[in-house]
Design a protein. Structure first.
Length: 260
């Protein structure tokens, strides 16, 4: 275990040891809950795309069952907010520990492409839709961001803080151009976790502030704080990659063909 992890955990009393595998399972579970809330309940049962905000509010006022479904969906999406800080944290940890950045980036890019049709089906109800891109596209952008942030750090550039800011703003711009899911929050969290890697207090404070965008995001910092640096997975690493498009495909098919 690294001295960085030992030094941080020495301040924490009687907390569980959380591995990278544990964080991945937690984040995937939170993501699945949020996806069920959107894809199954909102898209499949409520058919939210058929309403405007005003007509939906009026319909819920007249239909208690519809109001209950909308409330359940909202709670499930709030729970999903806990996944975002964990994914950003794991991406930075993966970058620092990978034996091949090029293979890491290539794997993420391939699965981002594979995930686009399942994402369109699940979120938009269509097999092809260009109105937004899936969250793995955001992860690819964040992985590129970390590479350039690391380049600045490794060259000990005098204007490093300014360059960090410029690169982060560029990442936000790219995420906006691609209309990538969770772009703003993921880019900011990734930058925070990398730039303030050795300053745990600052990293946690800034991370919590950014993750308030997702309301429940700060809750996940307990698991991040308890992370023990162990990266041995009980499941093959590609199982987590495959989980993303598969869960979207299954939920999308259920929503479109079994519920609608």
């Amino acid at each position: 275990m690294s001295s960085r992890v030992m030094g941080r955990r020495g301040v924490v009393w009687k907390t569980p040891d959380v591995t990278a595998d544990g964080l991945k399972i937690f984040a995937c579970a939170a993501m699945l809950i949020a996806a069920i809330g959107v894809v199954i309940i909102e898209n499949g049962m409520i058919h939210v795309d058929q309403y405007t905000q005003e007509t939906l509010s009026a319909a819920m006022a007249e239909d208690s069952h519809l109001m209950m479904l909308a409330g359940i969906s909202s709670v499930m999406q709030l729970m999903g907010g806990m996944a975002l800080p964990v994914f950003a944290f794991l991406l930075v940890e993966g970058f620092k520990n990978t034996s091949s950045y090029k293979r890491y980036l290539a794997s993420m890019t391939v699965f981002a492409l594979i995930s686009e049709i399942p994402y369109d089906l699940a979120w938009r109800g269509r097999w092809v839709d260009f109105s937004s891109q899936n969250a793995l596209v955001t992860m690819v952008i964040c992985l590129l961001l970390v590479y350039f942030l690391d380049m600045v750090r490794s060259h000990h550039m005098a204007m490093a803080p300014v360059l960090y800011l410029v690169l982060t703003l560029a990442g936000i711009l790219w995420a906006a151009m691609f209309r990538a899911q969770y772009g703003l929050g993921m880019v900011l969290l990734t930058a925070v976790f990398y730039v303030f890697d050795l300053k745990n207090g600052v990293k946690t404070l800034l991370g919590v502030i950014v993750s308030l965008m997702y309301v429940t995001g700060p809750i996940s910092f307990y698991g991040i704080w308890c992370y023990n640096g162990v990266r041995k997975d009980r499941l093959p690493k590609y199982a987590y990659y495959f989980f993303y498009p598969l869960h979207l495909l299954v939920l999308g098919l259920i929503s479109r063909y079994l519920i609608s």
